[in-house]
Write a new protein. Structure first.
Length: 154
């Protein structure tokens, strides 16, 4: 079952397994999963709210990326810190891929099942431009601005 969590950036669709969060999406999944991982869902809701209120910089909710496409890329993305960005090419290099695989990184970002928690919004074009985001470029800009504004306070 998919849980809809209303946030200041709009509804987020959440699912979890017994091992962790499996979905944070901007659209309802075509096939909702079973009702499991309710403790993970409760923690995810609290942490997403705290993140959007600039009270949380690092998520602790477990993430279950079992079956995720290009898991190596998503795991590498989890190390891009709050308030900073990386490029598709730099992320490719960080996870041991050639720079020419930046499109593969873009594909992995597009298929990221747990947006925000695994921060694909922190990946930008080589020239610093905003590129595709499942939640829309306005949402990507809002998330980056939220992090940048808070980072300037320290």
């Amino acid at each position: 079952m998919t849980v809809v969590h209303e946030t200041r950036i709009g509804p987020l669709y959440l699912e979890a397994s017994t091992d962790g969060l499996t979905l944070v999406g901007f659209a309802a999944p075509a096939e909702p999963g079973p009702v499991v991982g309710t403790a993970h869902l409760d923690l995810a809701r609290r942490e997403l709210d705290a993140y959007l209120d600039v009270e949380l910089r690092e998520f602790t909710v477990p993430v279950d990326l079992t079956g995720a496409h290009d898991r190596r890329i998503l795991d590498g993305l989890r190390h891009v810190p709050w308030g900073s960005t990386t490029t598709y090419g730099a992320l490719a290099t960080r996870v041991g891929l050639p720079l020419s695989d930046s499109r593969r990184v873009g594909g992995a970002m597009a298929r990221n099942p747990v947006a925000i928690v695994v921060p694909c919004h922190r990946v930008v074009g080589a020239d610093g431009s905003l590129t595709g985001y499942a939640g829309g470029l306005g949402t990507k800009r809002a998330l980056l601005d939220l992090e940048a504004a808070d980072a300037m306070l320290f």
